[in-house]
Design a protein around this ligand. Structure first.
Ligand code: DAT
Ligand code: MG
Length: 134
């Protein structure tokens, strides 16, 4: 799935009415939306989705935050989608994110950083199937 990636618009951004602005940025960057939904993760969903981080000190805050209000989940298509999308969203910590990236424009903090993008083709496939089972 090297031409596809998975993304989520996170609770802090949905709460502030940023769905339209962020989807527009994604479209203008040349990504095609393949699947799209508004959903609300349970705490168990969030713990499962982020299980790779289960031993990290921020795991509890992360999963509480990701389940506190709705998110948008989507599968996106573009050549080199995973790396292109990571470039579009910027560094995990908005203080380190390059100007013009989605996190530089909208994120509140390293924890509440507005958007998720898969970090590998393999995880893009796993995360897409988690939200859009085949
Ligand atoms: P990314 O979302 O850029 O792939 P990650 O996979 O390392 O970053 O972490 C997943 C999420 O966990 C990240 O978007 C925000 C949160 N997070 C990561 N490191 C953190 C930290 N040191 N303090 C608080 N939240 C953190
Ligand atoms: Mg990650």
């Amino acid at each position: 799935m090297s031409n596809k990636t998975f993304m989520m618009i996170k609770p802090d951004a949905v709460e502030r009415g940023l769905i339209g602005k962020i989807l527009n940025d994604i479209s203008e960057a040349g990504f095609e939306i393949i699947s799209l939904k508004l959903t609300h993760l349970s705490i168990d969903d969030a713990r499962l989705f982020y299980s790779v981080h289960k031993d990290r000190p921020f795991f509890n805050d992360l999963t509480q935050y990701m389940s506190r209000s709705p998110i948008v989940a989507a599968v996106l298509k573009k050549e080199s989608a995973v790396s292109e999308f990571r470039n579009l969203i910027g560094d995990t910590d908005p203080k380190n994110a390059k100007d013009g990236t989605i996190r530089a424009k909208y994120a509140i903090s390293k924890g509440e950083n507005s958007i998720h993008g898969s970090d590998s083709d393999e995880n893009a496939e796993i995360e897409s199937t988690f939200h859009f089972p085949k």
